[in-house]
Design a protein around this ligand. Sequence first.
Ligand code: RIB
Length: 291
Amino acid sequence: MAIWNLGSINADMVYAVPHLPGPGETLAATGLQRFLGGKGANMSVAAARAAAHVRHLGAVGADGAWAVERLMEYGVDTRHIQQAADPTGHAIVTVDPDGENQIVIFPGANRAIPEVAVQAALSEAAAGDSLLIQNETNAQLLAARIGRDLGLRVCYAAAPFDAEAVRAVLPYLDFLVLNAVEAEQLERATGMGPGALPVRDVIVTLGAGGARYFDTKSGESRDFPAVPVMPVDTTGAGDTFTGYVLAGLDRGLPMAQAIAQAMRAAAIMVTRHGTADVIPDLKDVQAARPG
Ligand code: RIB
């Protein structure tokens, strides 16, 4: 099985700051590092590190060869990444001493992925494969429709959150991941709580509170506690969680095991500074298993 991920690829410019900047404030950073990032790239790397076959669909600009090379080094199939006329996407990430962040993204090439390239790539997908999409690219709806037609497990990580974007893809989804605030916003927009959504599997992430899984077919939900750690940088932890859950399911793990493993991966991730480059590999995650 394979995971086809239509996802963003960013250069993450990560600034360490004494506190998150307020409106109108000028603030001196105490450090700057560049990482490979983008919610899409982070999820692809996480899933590849969790031993899934990952095929990334996306675009970079003429300045993005380094990002494609890095994805390849991390075990992601990059043959379906296009070169667009727009520059490669980037993100300005500020991280405070408690590990909280603020992120501004410049989408660039991530919103210039040729639809024809998405169609061509997905024509190679087979029933039983997974399709993953987020909200940092174009062509999400097209991909979701194709995914449904082909019998793929269509998964949506609803970030950055936009209720209308979720509503548009909702009829095609098998799997939805969102955080508690987003779940509330979606409920306000659709009148449906997570357990009532027309999506087979729904996970609401709760930060330090763990995650809640809704099996909408049986109507049951189950809570998964977070692994307690001292966070230094929460950037990319949610992406790591999503990539690991989908990789676990793709490799045949039961849902509970896939979620538990993903919780451990996300817990390790928040103890590291950076994004795709520091996502833990399966060996580290398995070593973190309790007793
Ligand atoms: O979720 C973290 C990611 O959000 C960063 O890597 C940044 O590029 C933005 O896409």
